[in-house]
Design a binder for this molecule. Structure first.
Ligand code: PGA
Length: 264
């Protein structure tokens, strides 16, 4: 990627915070605001499965992209409650998350399942955002690097990477992620130097695997308008994945503006 086209990636993970009416409304507000977004920013929203199509329709023709929060790896069939990467691709997705910590810890998703998701995301023509990160207990046991290493290596093992398809790795320490939408439910602040160490490690792990392209590094975990510049200003970090603060128009617009200025 040449320096001219280098972008800052701003990903809005709406999780299960917004119902359908709220999702449609926020999408319409973002579509109206999109012309003011900095050209250096690639912005994508990750709505619930329920609202995906409506949000994708609303954002069609704008600079905003849409992504899936989660996928199933079989294209079609008797899999009650699931939505495949292929279905999301047909509905207009550009990206899909794989291995978000809430999927790993609440829904007990394994590293093996994450790898299957990565493969199906790639074969559906989507760009995966592989989420990795350690819990507080793992951090306290000094296992951060080991956990991230296993999560990345297992997700990429044996996967043949299509040419020109980027790889995003989102480092999201579990202890830094918000516990809810309210400001008071933010997780612990992750110092940018810690995030940079993992970013550097991530590049080494991916390079050692020799199959996937050099990853774009995304940081996630209670990113807010007043902290986004810390991460974006780092030469190791290419963007942010934002949950709670991306579900309100004012805070998301503040994040986009601040990040655009910090990147320029
Ligand atoms: P948060 O979520 O910004 O609410 O901490 C980030 C994420 O889990 O992707």
């Amino acid at each position: 990627m040449d320096i001219q086209s280098k972008k800052v990636y701003l990903f809005a993970n709406w999780k299960m915070y917004l119902d359908d009416a709220e999702s449609r409304q926020l999408a319409a507000e973002l579509a109206a605001a999109a012309p003011t977004f900095p050209p250096s920013a690639e912005t994508a929203v990750f709505p619930s499965a329920l609202s995906f199509t409506a949000v994708a329709e609303t954002l069609r023709g704008t600079s905003l992209r849409v992504g899936a929060q989660n996928v199933y790896w079989v294209d079609k069939g008797g899999y009650t409650g699931e939505v495949s990467a292929e279905m999301y691709a047909r509905a207009g997705a550009r990206y899909a998350l794989a291995g978000h910590s809430e999927r790993r810890h609440v829904f007990k998703e394994t590293n093996h399942e994450v790898r299957q998701k990565i493969e199906s995301i790639l074969s559906a023509g989507l760009t995966p955002i592989l989420c990795v990160g350690e819990t507080m207990a793992e951090r306290q046991d000094g296992k951060t690097k080991e956990v991230v290493d296993i999560q990345i290596r297992s997700a990429l093992e044996g996967v043949s990477w299509p040419e020109d398809r980027p790889l995003f790795v989102a480092y999201e320490p579990v202890w830094a992620i918000s516990k809810g939408a309210a400001e008071s439910q933010a997780g612990l602040y992750c110092d940018v130097r810690e995030a940079e160490q993992i970013a550097a490690l991530t590049k080494q792990i991916v390079a050692a695997g020799g199959k996937a392209p050099e990853p774009l590094l995304i940081f996630g975990g209670s990113v807010r308008p007043d902290t986004v510049a810390d991460y974006i200003a780092s030469s190791y970090i290419d963007g942010v994945l934002v949950g709670a603060a991306s579900t309100r128009l004012d805070s998301w617009l503040a994040i986009v503006t601040t990040a655009g200025a910090a990147w320029a």
